[in-house]
Design a protein around this ligand. Structure first.
Ligand SMILES: [Zn+2]
Length: 289
């Protein structure tokens, strides 16, 4: 059981309090993130987001790509901020790193004593980074109600983002289940799939995931109990993201209870997304300093 004290301290961190000063009318953290970024993005080219242009708006005078030990760094000097991004990462990852460092600058710009480190700061910076690269309103205008992995790939091309970051965004905005597997671990998941051992996945899903991870071709349909399309047959899609890793997507099949839910969500008659689910899920693009 989670103690009341722990829950209340988790519900609003110092970083979140700072961010909320920039969008006091927003009610949830996700809304705050969207509002703050929407304001900063006015006049910035997107998609794909022009990170240099966005950087200039928040006081970043230089973004450099070098071989450094961590994924990214931000330095404050007399002229403003300078971001250094590790050139050893794949392209999509580099863009996420730069956006993440820009998020640190956004927090820093809230004034003296702004929080710079800690789990909550990093989580909020990841949320801001995803929003900078795939702003909710613009991203949704290209996102079908029941997206497939082909749609994820297409959007990743359009927004110049990694498959993982794009799939996570689709999982946040639509009633699909998406998750990433590396070896025998589920590294991240949205829409009813949690991180942990592959062996703890629902039966059909587990069998299919193991088939993919061992180089085989799985069934196209699985029975899945979880997420918003509870207890339904779903289309099973996958794409390899590395030699021992893959991204999976479970989408409602036409005519299934899940597709009716998707239609309701589109019409706005079903329940809205909860803040808790989005916060507790780990982010696939988290960086190391
Ligand atoms: Zn960070």
């Amino acid at each position: 059981m989670v103690s009341r004290r722990k829950r209340s301290s988790r519900s609003i961190s110092a970083a979140e309090r700072r961010l909320r000063t920039l969008a006091p009318e927003a009610s949830t953290l996700r809304e705050t993130v969207a509002d703050v970024v929407a304001r900063l993005m006015l006049g910035v080219r997107c998609p794909p987001t022009d990170l240099a242009e966005l950087g200039q708006k928040v006081g970043v005078y230089e973004i450099r790509y070098e071989s450094i030990p961590g994924s990214g760094e931000v330095h404050k000097g007399k002229e403003g901020f300078r971001i250094i991004c590790s050139s050893d990462q794949p392209h999509g990852r580099q863009r996420f790193t730069v956006a993440h460092e820009l998020a640190h600058v956004i927090l820093e710009n809230t004034g003296k004593g702004a929080p710079r480190a800690g789990e909550s700061v990093e989580r909020i910076c990841d949320m801001l980074a995803a929003e900078c690269l795939m702003p909710t309103a613009r991203f949704e205008s290209f996102l079908p109600p029941n997206p497939s992995l082909d749609d994820v790939s297409r959007l990743a091309g359009k927004f110049d983002t990694s498959i993982t970051a794009t799939a996570i965004r689709c999982g946040q905005l639509r009633a699909v289940s998406v998750f990433g597997v590396a070896g025998d671990r589920v590294k991240w998941g949205y829409g009813g799939v949690r991180g942990g051992s592959v062996s703890r996945l629902p039966d059909d899903v587990r069998v299919n995931v193991k088939t993919v991870m061992s180089g085989g071709w799985p069934d196209a349909t699985v029975y899945f109990h979880g997420g918003r399309c509870r207890g339904s047959y779903r289309g099973f899609e996958w794409i390899r993201s590395g030699p021992r890793s893959a991204v999976f997507l479970l989408r409602a099949l036409d005519g299934s209870p899940g597709s009716r839910l998707v239609a309701e969500l589109r019409a706005g008659s079903a329940g809205t997304r909860t803040e808790t689910g989005a916060q507790s899920a780990p982010h696939g693009e988290h960086h190391r300093r």
